[in-house]
Design a protein around this ligand. Structure first.
Ligand code: FES
Length: 146
């Protein structure tokens, strides 16, 4: 299972290979967007250019899917390591900096520390949405309480 290390947040999140980076970040409560993106974003269509991440490390080349045509166009004036999270699929473990356009006082230290620490294994179960939880579990809990 790939692990996404969010450097700014100091969190490791495991995902299934091929998962969309934006979707994983939002599911895990990672603050992916700056103010502009919070006020309005395209919902992952690659049009608003507010879901930037900087890929600061990879477990191997190609940890993320290749840049899409949308990214080539929208990111042509940005560093080559920047990606649109909504366009990137996670194939292998990767270290990313969210909101790279926003300063971070101890950025170099955080990046060095993130690169130095081995990636944690993380949980292995598919994340379950609260609405998808098995109602039988609630029944079991109620029975146990009675
Ligand atoms: S969410 Fe709009 S470009 Fe990624």
């Amino acid at each position: 299972m790939p692990v996404i290390r969010f450097v700014r947040e100091g969190r490791d999140v495991e995902c299934y290979p091929g998962e969309n980076l934006r979707e994983v970040a939002l599911r895990e409560g990672i603050a992916l967007y700056g103010l502009k993106g919070q006020l309005g974003n395209c919902g992952g269509c690659g049009q608003c250019i507010t879901c930037f991440v900087d890929v600061v490390g990879e477990s191997s080349p190609g940890s993320l899917s290749g840049r899409t045509a949308v990214e080539e166009q929208k990111l042509r004036r940005r560093p080559q390591t920047w990606r649109l999270a909504c366009q990137a699929l996670v194939n292998q473990s990767v270290l990313v900096l969210t909101k790279p356009q926003t300063g971070l006082a101890d950025l170099d230290q955080k990046v060095q520390k993130a690169k130095a620490e081995p990636l944690a294994a993380g949980p292995t179960a598919w994340p379950v949405q609260a609405s998808e939880e098995d109602p039988a579990d609630e029944t079991t809990t109620s029975d146990e309480e009675a």
